[in-house]
Ligand binder design. Structure first.
Ligand code: FES
Length: 186
């Protein structure tokens, strides 16, 4: 329970730090409303996503209604409003992957992780999104797991992909514990 609370607090703190960084950077940015999109792109490029609080800060900076800025941001699918997970899952839905069942793969990840596309799990381990052709159509359907390409993905392979990530996480965690100096023993 306390681990979970610590983790949540860590995440809140992370978002607060991002908002503080956006607030500190804005005064040096143009105030022309025509610069809205480049401004949003800059924030996403720097922080990986557009936090809702960041949208409010941009609105204040450009003297626009926050709802208007939000409306513009959601119109373009280049913007994401959730932080990328430590393991971003990108399901290709270009033509070849779509024909070979990409939508079903996306649905399976969504159900397995309990998030919709464009969302990130609460613990920020996984984020899920659909992408256009990633350039290896002969291997369709394809899923990018971080930088790794998973090919010929089937619904039954979805569980295996998540399990593999969990095992790697556990191995990394154990290695970390092993190398951490024991405290309070000296
Ligand atoms: S359509 Fe998926 S890799 Fe080309």
């Amino acid at each position: 329970m306390s681990d979970r609370c610590d983790h949540d607090q860590e995440i809140d703190l992370e978002e607060q730090q991002i908002l503080a960084a956006i607030e500190a950077a804005l005064p040096a940015m143009p105030t022309d409303r025509h610069q809205l999109i480049p401004l949003l792109q800059h924030i996403q490029g720097t922080h990986g996503y557009l936090p809702l609080g960041g949208i409010a800060l941009v609105a204040r900076h450009l003297k626009m209604a926050a709802s208007k800025v939000y409306g513009v941001a959601t119109f373009y699918n280049q913007f994401r409003f959730n932080p990328p997970g430590r393991h971003p899952l990108k399901v290709c839905l270009g033509t070849a992957c779509h024909v070979k069942g990409g939508e079903i793969i996306l649905e399976n990840f969504s159900r397995r992780l309990g998030i919709a596309e464009g969302e990130t799990t609460k613990d920020r381990e996984y984020s899920l999104e659909r992408v256009a052709c990633v350039g290896c159509c002969a291997l369709a359907p394809v899923v990018m797991v971080g930088e790794k390409t998973e090919s010929y993905v089937t619904p039954s392979k979805v569980e295996g992909i998540i399990t593999e990530i969990e095992i790697q996480n556990e191995i990394a965690e154990r290695a970390k514990e092993k190398h951490e100096p024991e405290s309070d023993t000296q």
